[in-house]
Structure formats: C-alpha cells, structure tokens
Design a protein around this ligand. Structure first.
Ligand SMILES: Cc1cc2nc3c(=O)[nH]c(=O)nc-3n(C[C@H](O)[C@H](O)[C@H](O)COP(=O)(O)OP(=O)(O)OC[C@H]3O[C@@H](n4cnc5c(N)ncnc54)[C@H](O)[C@@H]3O)c2cc1C
Length: 273
C-alpha cells in the first residue's frame, strides 16, 4: 500500500494495533468465565501475543505478499474465539417440559454434580463418600438436653428429643451404593456401646445413608466453570456447617457482585494441569 518507508511503517503499526485489539478481545473471552480479574489478564496476554505475532509476520512480509499462513491462522482463531465463547454459554435449565432462562446457573448437586456437568462435557473432580449413620431410642428417657459426644475416632453421639440417639458415621469409598453394611453398622454400634454402655438397652430404629461430596484436596469447589455456569460442591463432611456461607458466595458471584472473600483456594479448575 505505501510507496514510502513512512507509509509502510504506519501501515504496519496500524495492523499490529488492530491485531492487539483482536487478541485482547479473544483473550478476555477465553478467560472471562473465571472472573473479571482473569478476563483482564487474558485480555493483556491475548493482546500481547497477537500483536507480537502480527509484528513478526509484517516484518518478514515482502512487498506484494499476503501475510504468512501461521499469522492468518492466529488472527482467524482470535476472531472466532469470542463467537465460540458466546455459543458455549449456559442460558438456563430445563425442568421436565419447562425451560427456565437464566443469566447464570449454579450446579449444587452434591456428589452428583460431576454427572450433571458431564452432560455439558465438563469434568468436575468431585465424588461420593458414603456415610452410614445409626438411629436408636432410649425409651422413657429425656434426651433433649444431652450434649454431643465426640471421640477421637468415629462414632460420635448426638442426642435429640424423645429419647433419640444418633451414632455416626462411616466414611467409605463405595460409589453410590445405597445400602447399609454389616461392617458399617456393626462398627458404629460397637463404638457407641463402648462410649456409652447404657445404649446396649436402646431400641434400634434405623440406619440412614448419605453421600458426602468430596474432592481430592478436601476443599470445596466454588466458582465459575464456563460461560454462565457456576459450581458449588465438594464440602465433604462440613457442608451443613459451611453451606450457608458458600451459598452466599456463589449467589454474589451469579449476580456479578464482589465476593465475600477471595475464592481462589476453591477455584473449580485448580486441578487442571
Ligand atoms: C452421615 C453424614 C453425616 C454428616 N454430618 C455432618 C455434620 O455433622 N456437619 C456438617 O457440616 N456436615 C455433615 N455432613 C456433610 C453434609 O451432609 C454435606 O457436606 C452436605 O449435605 C453437602 O451439601 P450439598 O448441598 O453440596 O449436597 P447434598 O446435601 O448432597 O445435596 C445435593 C442435592 O442435589 C440433588 N440432586 C442431585 N442430582 C440432581 C439433579 N439431576 N437434579 C436435581 N437435583 C439433584 C440431590 O438429590 C440432593 O438433594 C454429613 C454427611 C453425612 C453423609
């Protein structure tokens, strides 16, 4: 385009600046699902990478030549990245025959979260830890004000009104197998009777089973996973205690408001290489 050196330089500078803008938008789009800070860092990295790429390509370009193939591929990829990001957004949920549109969707399905996200092609590293817990009753005994008894190892004992005593709980890798076992119940009963011998006379009521959502590092998964998709799971044995705080944290995230605290330690993508 330019007959003189100045015009050629100006042309190159314009194309490098333009590449920087495209790279910035692409970087922000690709990193945006991880929050505003990540989007900013992605924009800077994308702008720098594509601008450098364009600068090298233009410096090597001879008069009359089109830019080299690798430069054209890089620019094309950066141009379609925001489209891919927009197309990949979660835009609501389907419940039976009803479709509910939403700007953000929080998956908080406990140990089942991985299965739900797998339907979207997203791997969430959380799985079930089975817990068996035994309920018994001491007839004609007022247990309402009895204290919780914690021992160094399970079981612990929790008293409820009307004579009900609970001994919990096993921690087992058994997948989603929804049944009590002789070993599990036997261990809890033996431990409970050892802690409180008076329980030998208690009436055995039932054994309940639950699945704690566990992660390999013991920390919850709280945060964005993809465009419009947020996850809140992995609370292991502490979800009843920490659940309200986590609920507030992801609600603020879904509304685009500042977090209650730094959620980086709970970043759902922290296990990715
Ligand atoms: C025996 C036992 C004792 C425990 N004791 C304590 C304790 O003393 N203190 C404590 O803090 N924590 C305790 N916990 C841990 C606590 O129960 C869990 O951390 C907590 O329940 C996790 O909450 P959540 O909402 O992530 O998952 P969950 O409570 O498992 O809830 C997930 C929900 O998602 C639903 N769901 C799954 N798939 C779908 C789907 N496709 N569509 C719609 N819904 C779906 C499930 O039915 C379930 O209701 C205990 C757990 C067990 C098993």
């Amino acid at each position: 385009m330019a007959a003189d050196g100045r015009g050629g330089r100006a042309d190159r500078q314009r194309s490098v600046a333009f590449a920087g803008v495209i790279g910035g938008v692409a970087g922000a789009a690709l990193a945006g699902h991880r929050g505003a800070r990540a989007a900013g860092a992605g924009a800077v990295a994308g702008a720098a990478a594509l601008a450098a790429c364009e600068a090298v390509a233009r410096a090597r370009q001879r008069p009359g030549e089109i830019p080299p193939l690798w430069a054209r591929i890089a620019t094309s990829a950066a141009l379609v990245a925001p489209l891919g990001w927009a197309a990949g957004r979660v835009t609501g949920v389907t419940v039976g025959a009803d479709r509910i549109g939403a700007d953000a969707v929080v998956v908080a399905a406990g140990a089942w979260t991985a299965g739900i996200c797998a339907q979207l092609g997203i791997r969430v590293p959380v799985g079930p830890q089975r817990g068996q817990i035994v309920h018994a009753r001491l007839p004609r005994t007022d247990t309402a004000a009895w204290p919780v008894v914690l021992s160094d190892e399970d079981p612990y004992l929790v008293a409820f009104p009307a004579g009900r005593i609970v001994a919990g709980a096993t921690r087992e890798q058994a997948g989603f197998a929804y049944h009590a076992t002789v070993g599990g119940v036997g261990g809890l009963l033996a431990g409970a009777a050892g802690l409180a011998p008076g329980l030998r006379e208690a009436e055995l009521l039932e054994t309940r089973i639950g699945f704690r959502p566990v992660t390999s590092d013991g920390r919850p998964l709280l945060g964005p996973l993809a465009g419009g998709l947020i996850v809140a799971t992995g609370h292991g044995p502490e979800g009843l205690t920490a659940g309200p705080w986590s609920g507030l944290a992801v609600a603020l995230l879904a509304l685009g408001q500042p977090p209650v605290t730094d959620l980086a330690p709970f970043d759902p993508s922290r296990f990715q290489a």
